[in-house]
Design a protein around this ligand. Structure first.
Ligand SMILES: CCOC(=O)[C@H]1C[C@@H]1c1ccc(O)c(OC)c1
Length: 292
C-alpha cells in the first residue's frame, strides 16, 4: 500500500506564518488539521474568512482553547505531525522558524524571548518527543515589507547599523518540513538568499527605477531603545539589532550535524531575493506585524 501521507496538525494555523504552513501541508497532499480558538462575535472577518477558505481546501478545523487538555490529547492522538506557529507570548510556544536559538546571544529582551523557546526545546527532547526544530531565519515577505515598506511608497528607508551585515531571507512559501528531519535541527541558508540591507535596497531601486534616501539608525541608538523601551516594545527593537546590525543569521558556521535545507531538498525551488522582489513588483504580499 502506498506510504500514507502524514496527518498534520497546525497550531496557529490562522495566523501569519500558520496560513503558509496550512497551504503547504494541503498542497503536499497531507490530511491537514488546524486547532483554532472558537469563533466569537468579536472574531474579525479576516479570521472567519480564512477558516472558510481552509474548509474549502478540505482542512479540518478543530475548535478549542489551549487549556482544553482532553481535547488537545484526543486531537494529538489523531495525527502524525504537529507544527506550532503560535506567536509569543502564548503559553504553548515551540514555534521556531526564526533564528537558530541555540546559536545566538542577542540583547536581553530578545534573549529572554528565546530562552522561553529553548526551555520548550529542551523539554521536547527530554520527553523523547520526535521533533524537527526549523530555523527558517528571516521570512522574506514579512521582512521585505518591514524593511522596504513598499505599500507606503516611502522616499526614506531606514538602515539599521551600517546596513552591511549579511542576513538570510527566505520566502515563507518555501519553508517545508518532512519526516527525514526527525530529531534534527534544520537551518535554511540558501546561498542566493544571503543579502545585506544595502544590497536589498539597491536591488529594489534597480527593479522599481526609484531611488530612496537611506536613513541610518546607529547601533548605539538601537541598543539604547532596547534598554529604555518598556516590555514588550523592547523585544522587536532587540530583534532588529540581532538580525540587521549583528547579522546573527550568518553569525555561525554550519557544523557537520547541521542540516541545511537547500542541500537537503535540492529539487525544491527556493525563491531568491531577486525573485521575491519580482513578486513584490507584481503582487506584493500584505504587510504583517508580529505580536509581542
Ligand atoms: C524586527 C521585528 O521582529 C519581528 O517582528 C519578529 C517576528 C520576528 C522574529 C521573531 C523571532 C525570531 O527568531 C526571528 O528570527 C528571524 C524573527
Amino acid at each position: 500500500m502506498e506510504n500514507e501521507k502524514s496527518k498534520i496538525l497546525i497550531f496557529g494555523g490562522t495566523g501569519y506564518l500558520g496560513k503558509y504552513m496550512v497551504k503547504a501541508s494541503v498542497s503536499m497532499g497531507h490530511k491537514t488539521y488546524v486547532y483554532a480558538r472558537p469563533i466569537t462575535t468579536q472574531s474579525s472577518p479576516a479570521k472567519i474568512g480564512i477558516r472558510e477558505e481552509f474548509q474549502a481546501m478540505g482542512v479540518t478545523i478543530v475548535q478549542g482553547e489551549f487549556d482544553e487538555q482532553e481535547k488537545l490529547v484526543s486531537v494529538l492522538r489523531h495525527v502524525d505531525v504537529v507544527i506550532s506557529t503560535v506567536a509569543y507570548p502564548q503559553r504553548f510556544f515551540p514555534s521556531d522558524f526564526g533564528v537558530e536559538e541555540d546559536r545566538v546571544t542577542p540583547l536581553p529582551p530578545f534573549e529572554a524571548f528565546l530562552e522561553k523557546k529553548r526551555k520548550i526545546r529542551r523539554a521536547t527532547v527530554e520527553a523523547g518527543i520526535p521533533y524537527s526544530f526549523v530555523s527558517a531565519n528571516c521570512f522574506g515577505a514579512y521582512f521585505v515589507n518591514y524593511l522596504l515598506r513598499p505599500h507606503e511608497q516611502p522616499q526614506d528607508i531606514s538602515v539599521y547599523g551600517s546596513g552591511e551585515a549579511k542576513v538570510v531571507i527566505n520566502y515563507e512559501e518555501d519553508i517545508a518540513d518532512d519526516p527525514e528531519t526527525c530529531n534534527r535541527v534544520v537551518i535554511y541558508r540558501p546561498q542566493k538568499n544571503i543579502v545585506t540591507q544595502l544590497e536589498l535596497i539597491s536591488l529594489w531601486e534597480k527593479k522599481t527605477g526609484k531611488t530612496f534616501n537611506r536613513i541610518y539608525v546607529p547601533e548605539d541608538e538601537i541598543v539604547k531603545l532596547s534598554e529604555t523601551l518598556p516590555h514588550p516594545q523592547n523585544i522587536p527593537v532587540s530583534i532588529l539589532h540581532s538580525l540587521f546590525v549583528k547579522g546573527v543569521t550568518m553569525g555561525f558556521e554550519l557544523g557537520e550535524d547541521d542540516l541545511e535545507a537547500s542541500g537537503l531538498y535540492p529539487d525544491l525551488e527556493f525563491r531568491t531575493i531577486d525573485q521575491l522582489l519580482d513578486i513584490f513588483l507584481t503582487s506584493p504580499p500584505d504587510a504583517a506585524a508580529a505580536a509581542f
